[in-house]
Ligand binder design. Structure first.
Ligand code: AMP
Length: 422
């Protein structure tokens, strides 16, 4: 079933969205994710249905945390949807009555799904690797099914539109689908768009294909990096991982972030790149600082900022952004690309002193896109970069997914998609 073919008239639809929006003092600071879900939600209302919206927010880890209550955003959701009121169910697993009373055209928002450990399905209070863990895991799987069944009981049909969590087999993203027949479950518009964007990259690669991977660590990206080495023509590795590569060749990296246990991984990436004929592009110089406050994203008073070769950083300095030579190298590597994937910033872009690397990459991607490339940007931080640099309209597609996008690019079938499509 597709959302376009389904007749929502007289139907209650339970929709899994990703309303995991950033909040500051209870106010939404970026509503991209809410806007992303609107086409699906409005389509259902306009089609004569009633909406039961469910999402997680943050990581309450199975506990009630008022600061992560979705109740805080219900008025914003009403405003975005253009409805007078969004009703709120303060306990997502006890919303039978509220759901039963819901009339067509009305909207009910369920409380944070992750207040229940059953949503993620991870056993609580037992340590991994212990004999009790396997038992607890089995028991949790059973209660996860019950939880999913309860959610399903609220509605006539299920719509999965949370791409950001589609790589997780959670109660609301996948397990719930078992309680609807094939004619009453479907992907939402956002999911369809995201899956299509990945398909554009994978099934129809126009070359050269350039991927840019940044962020803080090699370890969190190694799966996708190794996978991309079999697909891309050039791979730019930037951000904090620069220093694990520099260290692997005996470089002096001062206080820069490094994963000493991943040195062999870095060397292996270089070897694989060579074997696959992939041009590996690493930064050669870095903008460094003697005192960066990671908590407040600012340079501490009196701290010095200087540029050094990435393999000759003085002991008291820390590499925090790509230097001018690296920026030029990255921009050149992106020039002429026909397919581009960007995940992860080239520096601590949250602070204005260290944005230049990410901006150079963003600008180069925008230029290549204007010249006909298909550019796909994913992951919260790269998306934030595009917003910060005013590039959102200058790239082909900005994904709402980080982990989900990377897993899809790796060619893995996302549980959230498999649950609907089989
Ligand atoms: P990730 O979650 O791995 O994609 O990493 C994103 C984070 O990496 C951002 O918050 C950046 O500030 C940070 N980052 C980028 N470059 C560096 C660097 N050279 N040193 C430390 N952190 C960095």
């Amino acid at each position: 079933m597709t959302i376009n073919d389904y007749n929502f008239a007289g139907k209650k639809a339970i929709v899994r969205v990703d309303f995991n929006v950033p909040l500051q003092d209870g106010k939404i600071t970026d509503d991209t994710r809410i806007r992303g879900a609107l086409p699906t939600l409005k389509h259902i209302l306009e089609g004569g249905g009633a909406l039961i919206i469910m999402s997680h927010m943050g990581k309450p880890k199975g506990k009630v945390k008022p600061e992560l209550s979705l109740g805080q955003i219900k008025d914003e959701v009403a405003k975005a949807l253009g409805v007078a009121e969004v009703k709120f169910a303060p306990d997502c697993a006890k919303a039978q009555e509220a759901a039963a009373e819901l009339k067509m055209g009305e909207v009910l928002l369920l409380e944070n799904l992750r207040y229940y450990p059953e949503e993620e399905g991870k056993p609580v209070g037992v340590e991994k690797g212990t004999p009790e863990f396997d038992e607890a895991k089995k028991a949790m799987k059973e209660s996860q099914k019950e939880f999913a069944k309860t959610l399903a009981s609220y509605a006539d049909c299920y719509v999965m539109d949370a791409f950001g969590t589609a790589h997780r087999k959670h109660a609301s993203t996948a397990v719930i689908a078992d309680y609807f027949d094939a004619d009453n479950k479907m992907l939402g518009f956002l999911m369809e768009k995201e899956v299509q964007a990945v398909d554009n990259v994978l099934s129809n690669i126009k070359r050269p294909f350039v991927a840019i991977m940044g962020g803080s660590k090699v370890s969190s990206k190694i799966g996708i990096i190794e996978n991309l080495l079999g697909k891309v023509d050039k791979l730019i590795l930037c951000g904090g991982m620069t220093y694990t590569f520099a260290k692997a060749h005996g470089g002096e990296i001062g206080q820069s972030i490094v994963e000493l246990d991943k040195i062999d991984v870095a060397l292996n990436v270089e070897k694989m790149a060579k074997e696959n004929g992939v041009e590996l592009v690493l930064g050669v110089d870095s903008v460094c600082c003697t005192g960066y406050d990671f908590g407040n994203f600012c340079v501490k008073e009196g701290a010095k900022i200087e540029t050094f070769p990435s393999n000759a950083i003085p002991a008291e300095f820390e590499g925090l952004d790509a230097g001018p030579l690296s920026r030029e190298k990255f921009a050149k590597a992106i020039e002429g690309a026909k397919t581009i994937l960007w995940n992860g910033p080239a520096g601590c872009f949250e602070c204005d002193d260290f944005t230049a690397g990410s901006k150079a990459i963003g600008d180069a991607i925008a230029k290549a896109t204007a010249e006909g490339a298909f550019s796909l940007i994913g992951g919260g931080d790269s998306v934030a970069c595009c917003t910060k640099f005013g590039l959102t309209d200058k790239v082909s597609y900005i994904s709402t997914g980080g982990g989900a996008l990377l897993e899809a690019i790796e060619g893995k079938v996302l549980p959230g998609v498999a649950a609907i499509k089989g």
